[in-house]
Design a protein around this ligand. Sequence first.
Ligand SMILES: *Cc1c(COP(=O)(O)O)cnc(C)c1O
Ligand code: SF4
Length: 348
Amino acid sequence: MGTELWQQALQDAVTSADQLAEYFDFDPRPLMAVAAKYPMRITPYYLGLIEKIGDPIWKQAVPDLHELADDGLTDPLAEEEFSPVPAIVHRYPDRVIFYVSGTCASYCRFCTRKRKVGCADMALSFRDLRQGIDYIAANSQIRDVIFSGGDPLVLPDSVLQDLLARVHAIPHVEIIRIGTRVPVTLPERITDRLCTLLKKFQPLYVNTHFNHPRELTLQATEACARLIDAGIVLGNQTVLLRGVNDSPEIISELFRGLLKMRVRPYYLHHMDLTRGTGHFRTSVKTGLKIIHSLRGPVSGLASPHYVIDLPGGKGKVPLVPQYVKRRGDTLLIQTADGDVVEYPDMPS
Ligand SMILES: *Cc1c(COP(=O)(O)O)cnc(C)c1O
Ligand code: SF4
């Protein structure tokens, strides 16, 4: 079979600052050192969403000199420590992350795994994948397998089909999840053929990664609809990014827009302490303020957990605004509007 449209789009992606300078008026030279350290790739579709230099799409996709800052941690979640075999991260008893791909359609500048996505040493061998599957098969407490990477959906259909079939056939695996940014950066990848393939591996959950309302285009909406119509449950993980989406207005527009697309906001992630991403980090206070602003004015369906993934592999913890102002026999609870209401509690 020939090259599919989406594979052609990947080949046509912009992978250097020089190439980007053919589209926008800026000096690419300073950015070349950044792209040499952390690879750059922007699909033609995602490039088309950039309206001007420095806008929210640009910031997510174009290298920035701040990435060379020597701050933060290379492996903020200690994933390597929790990796029994190269393709697996096993931190929670019943679920694992299964790295099936070392590359993505576009590289996000804020990526937690920027130490390795798109780098040669992240490339997975056939042996790594087989070892990963053997590990899942040998550990019967694993119920939930999260295909991740890199982006699993940049794999050819045949490879994806093979991996899904092998994992799906393991009796103790109850659900499979796929984490992918392809609906955001390469919506043409969500072909009918892919949906027919995925449909066979129910129950299948896909978590995608929209960060800004400008990403909710007609093409992205249709890509999500094709997945959902194939019976796949769609969720969304947003990263809170300074200068991109760190305001209540942008986040509520994003989450309401996702609900209209039948995509459920699942997590709002506080930025990890990843080296080279400090310019994207907001304060926790900003995140809590945004979450607080959603409660009441916006549907509960559009209020995901705001989570911080603690360093050292300590795991995700939800952060919740402080609504309980006083504990005791009578609680003092603050409403979303700021009133304080007394609530009689049961003695425990
Ligand atoms: C986030 C994460 C998961 C999945 O967590 P859920 O809260 O179930 O979505 C699993 N393993 C690791 C290592 C993770 O970081
Ligand atoms: S798609 Fe995901 S794994 Fe790939 S660069 Fe973006 S955040 Fe990282």
